[in-house]
Ligand binder design. Sequence first.
Ligand SMILES: *Cc1c(COP(=O)(O)O)cnc(C)c1O
Length: 235
Amino acid sequence: MSLAENLDAIQQRIRTACERAGREPGSVTLLAVTKGQPPEVVSAAARLGQVLFGENKVQEARAKIPLCPGNLRWHFIGHLQSNKCRDAVELFEMIQSVDSLSLAREISKRAEAAARKVPVMLEVNVAGEASKFGYAPEKLLAEIKELNALPRLEIQGLMTVPPWSAEPEKARPHFRRLRGLKADSQQILGASLPHLSMGMSGDFEIAIEEGATLVRIGTALFGPRARARLRTETD
Ligand SMILES: *Cc1c(COP(=O)(O)O)cnc(C)c1O
C-alpha cells in the first residue's frame, strides 16, 4: 500500500472508532511518528496534508527537522535527558514525555531563556514496567501541583505506552487507567486537561474507545522502520 492509502485507511479507522464510541471524529488527532524515517518520508506525508509529527530522539530530530517543510508541528515523544532540554525546547512545539520534577524544572528554565511557554504532557508508566520510563501513578498525583506551578510549563494532559502485547484488547485496562488518572489530576488541579495521548499502530482503536485525543502512529503509516526498535540506546 502507498502512503496515501495508509493515511486514508488510518483516518477512516479513526472515524469508525469514534463513531463506535459515540465521539466526534474531530476529537482525535493523528500524530505521525517519523522516528527512523528520512525527511523525504516526512515531506511526502506533509504533501498529503499531515501536519503533526513526532520524534523520540533529540539528535535525530535536530538533523531531520531542518530538512522538512517549515510549516509542520513537532511533538517530542521519547525519553528526554536534562542536557537535551534546550534543543528540545527549540525544536518541538510540545514535549509529551515529562516524567520527573527535575526534568520539568529544566524544561521550564530553558523555556524561560527562549521566552516561550512549553505545552507538555506527563508520561505515566501505567503498568509499572521496570523497562519503561514514565511517572508511577502515585508519584504523578503527589507531584502534579508542583509541576503545574512551574511558570513556563503548560500541562496539557497525560501520555502512556502500555505493555507490549500481540492482542490489542490487552491494552484496554491500561488506557482506562490513564483516563482515570487524568480525572484524578483534574480534580487535584481544579482545572481540566485537554489531552490523553495513547494508542499506537496496534491498538489505537481501543485507545480511542477509551478516550484518546491524540494517537501516535508510525508503522501502520510508514511501514517497518529501517532501524530496529530493539535499540536500547536512549537520547
Ligand atoms: C515509536 C513510537 C510510537 C509509534 O509506534 P508504532 O507502533 O510504530 O505505531 C508511538 N509512541 C511512542 C512513544 C513511540 O516511541
